[in-house]
Design a protein around this ligand. Structure first.
Ligand code: NAD
Length: 513
């Protein structure tokens, strides 16, 4: 939704007005950050940001950024690049560590705003996500000196060395599902390596990124970090095709990611793509003994990201359970999932918040209907049954479908909602083949006490990240990224950041010795 500017909108270098997460206060305008200045779009258009958990509540208005805004953000980043790139690494490190401290001091504000802006529940998702952001700035600040080259032992009369040089201007394009964490994968890593950055927020959840920008802006020279808002096919595409952008770091859907990759390839810009997933959970019988079944069920619930409404690229949304324990395990899991409290994201008691918007909500419902219409499907939990008269948002309960065929749409396509499908298995080779029968390859979860079987399975699964006997989120410092249609490139680790945000220069010198 767009509207014309009010008297309060306009360029200002001071901090923008705060946002009331309940929407009770007058709706503030949250301008973009370009070259250290808070600016509206050159078009003068603004877009309402609606809280997914409180339908009808407008949290703020953000500029409807255009191609011209992308251009001036890239120019600001280009202008800031030479001075930022040539700093001693310890100076970039100092800035990033100061930002980490400042973020930590505002971590609760970031968490509450995440809950309001994304619909992710404060306790289970928004607060951990805000803490992860702090830790990512601290981690990449800490390893800022590791973006270093090598020396070839080529004889005493030769100095043959490499430099890991920054790429230049990086465009980071963000999704709405966990904006702070994704921004945390890109921002401190790109900056530590000496790049400057233009972040493009997602239309549905831009506000936490603007708060992040506000905090960063206190410690960074103007233009080092710019944040723009607006529609993907307008300002997002303008960044991808801009000749001044040397690297596009995109996180989002596979469909959009393919287009971004194609356009970046046309001008040979560097690109990394963190895309969708349809990740398998494989449960062996020995993970379901009377001592372990409870723990395994809790782990699968976590891996499925039910407390993020399933709106996670790493959701273990295909559950393969050995036939010997299929019924018992599903009974235990269903009992646990049924107990989740769906509700207001800002309420501490809530386990599972709201879906992001009407379109996503309708899409999830359509998948549930499609799954339920298949022959011999067993509906263990039906999200469509969920009602909450006191809530006005995109709320839905969790769904578990059993007896699902691996070739059904609900088993093959990324639903990006709280829908888990369960498929029985009896033979290890077969279950690995079923797990790999997917266009995606982002994450996987294996549950077994037999480490030989578990690691053989982990080794044979075509995914960029496999966890054994645990289902939590990424650990800072690990390699993270997809196989197959789940993406190209790695983020989260220093090794990934070196590959993602630097290029190698070889220098060979003849010495007079
Ligand atoms: P999306 O692809 O619709 O949008 C992602 C971003 O791309 C948004 O900022 C959007 O405005 C922008 N965009 C849209 N069209 C564009 C274009 N033509 N050019 C440039 N930018 C454009 O994804 P979404 O709905 O925001 O997020 C959900 C998807 O993201 C899911 O598929 C999920 O699996 C994926 N995701 C992946 C990861 C990962 O780490 N692999 C993490 C989170 C989300």
């Amino acid at each position: 939704m767009t509207s014309t500017p009010t008297a309060t909108s306009g360029s200002t270098a001071s901090s923008p007005a705060a946002i009331d997460p309940t929407g009770a206060a007058p709706v503030p305008d949250r301008p973009m950050l370009i070259g250290g200045e808070w600016v509206p779009s050159l078009s003068g258009e603004w877009a309402d940001v609606v809280s997914p958990g409180r339908r009808g509540v407008v949290l703020a208005r953000v500029p409807e950024g255009t191609e011209a805004d992308a251009d001036r953000a890239v120019q600001a980043a280009q202008a800031a690049f030479p001075a930022w790139a040539k700093l001693h690494f310890s100076q970039r490190q100092k800035a990033l560590l100061k930002i980490a401290d400042a973020l930590e001091a505002r971590v609760e504000d970031l968490a509450v705003l995440t809950a309001a802006d994304t619909g992710n529940a404060l306790r289970t998702q928004a607060r951990p996500e805000a803490n992860t952001l702090v830790n990512l700035f601290r981690y990449f600040g800490g390893v800022a000196g590791e973006f270093k080259g090598t020396v070839l032992p080529a004889g005493d009369d030769q100095l043959q060395y490499t430099r890991r040089e920054p790429l230049g201007v990086v465009a980071g394009i963000l999704p709405w599902n966990s904006p702070l964490m994704i921004a945390g994968m890109k921002t401190p890593a790109a900056l530590a390596a000496g790049n400057t950055l233009v972040l493009k927020t997602a239309e549905d959840a831009p506000l936490t990124i603007l708060l992040l920008a506000e905090i960063c802006n206190e410690f960074l020279p103007p233009g080092v970090l710019n944040v723009v808002t607006g529609r993907g096919h307008v300002i997002g595409e303008a960044l991808v095709t801009h000749p001044g952008v040397h690297k596009v770091s995109f996180t989002g859907s596979t469909r959009v990611g393919i287009g971004v990759g194609e356009k970046a390839a046309k001008r040979l810009a560097h690109v990394s793509l963190e895309l969708g997933g349809k990740s398998p959970n494989i449960v062996f019988p020995d993970a379901c003994t009377s001592e372990l079944i409870d723990e395994t069920a809790t782990g699968v619930l976590t891996a499925m990201r039910f407390t993020r409404q399933g709106q996670s690229c790493t959701a273990g949304s295909r559950l393969f359970v050995h036939a010997d324990v299929y019924d018992a395990f599903l009974e235990k899991l269903t009992e646990k999932v049924r107990a989740l409290k769906v509700g207001d994201p800002l309420d501490e008691a809530t386990d599972m918040g709201s879906i992001i918007n009407q379109k996503q909500y309708d899409q999830v419902v359509n998948y549930i209907k499609d799954g339920k219409s298949q022959p011999n499907v067993r509906v263990l939990l039906d999200g469509e049954d969920f009602t909450a008269d006191d809530l006005d948002g995109f709320y839905q309960g969790p769904t578990i479908l059993a007896g699902v065929g691996n070739d059904w749409r609900v088993a093959q396509e990324e639903i990006f909602g709280p829908v888990l499908v369960a498929i029985p298995w009896t033979d290890r080779d077969d279950v690995i083949a079923m797990a790999n029968d997917s266009t995606y390859g982002l994450a996987a979860y294996v549950w077994s006490q037999d480490l030989t079987a578990a690691l053989d399975t982990a080794n044979r699964i075509e995914s960029g990240w496999v966890q054994v006997n645990q289902g939590g989120g990424q650990v800072i410092g690990q390699a993270y990224g997809g196989y197959k249609m789940s993406g190209i490139g790695r983020e989260f680790s220093i090794e990934g950041a070196i590959e993602a945000f630097t290029q190698t220069k070889q220098i060979n010198v003849k010495l007079n010795v």
